[in-house]
Design a protein around this ligand. Sequence first.
Ligand SMILES: [Zn+2]
Length: 164
Amino acid sequence: MTQKSQFNIKVSDLLKETGKQDSIDFTELKTKNIPWLTSEWVSWTVSLESQSKKTIQASFTDIQCQINDTCEACSSEYTRQVRCDFHEVKFTLDKSQYDNEAQDEIFPIDEKSNIDLEDVVVQAIGLQTPTTKLCYDCINKQESDNDDYSSLDYFENGDNIQFN
Ligand SMILES: [Zn+2]
C-alpha cells in the first residue's frame, strides 16, 4: 500500500483478494476542512481489510487532535482535546450495493483505486463535538453544581425505563 499524498492511499493491492489486511499510522496531518484545528494537527491509525474485490472495511483508531473552540457559557476561547477511539466505515467501488445501509458510513474508492481518508477523519472528529461546548473551568463548575442532584437524577431516570 502506497501513500499517494497526505490523506490518499492506493488500495489496489488490497482489492486483489478478499481478507487482505494492512494498517498504517498517520501522524500530524493538517486538514483544511477543519479550519479551527490547532497547530497540533491530526493523528490516527487506520486498519484496512478487503471484504471483496470491490469493498474495503476501514477501522480508524486513536484519532486525536486539538480544536480551538469558544465556551458557550463564558465566551472564552479554549482548546478542546478531541479523541475518537474507534470509527468504522466502508470504502467501495460500488456504492449502489449499499443503498440500504447508512450512507454516511459508505465512502468511494475512485477509478484509480485510491481512497481519501480526509472526509472520514473530519466526520469522526465532527461526531466528537459536544452538544454544549464548555471550557474546562465551566465544566468543573457545572460538575460541582450538579453533585447535589446526581443521586436524584439516577432515580428519575430509573423510573423512565419501561419493560415490555
Ligand atoms: Zn467557560
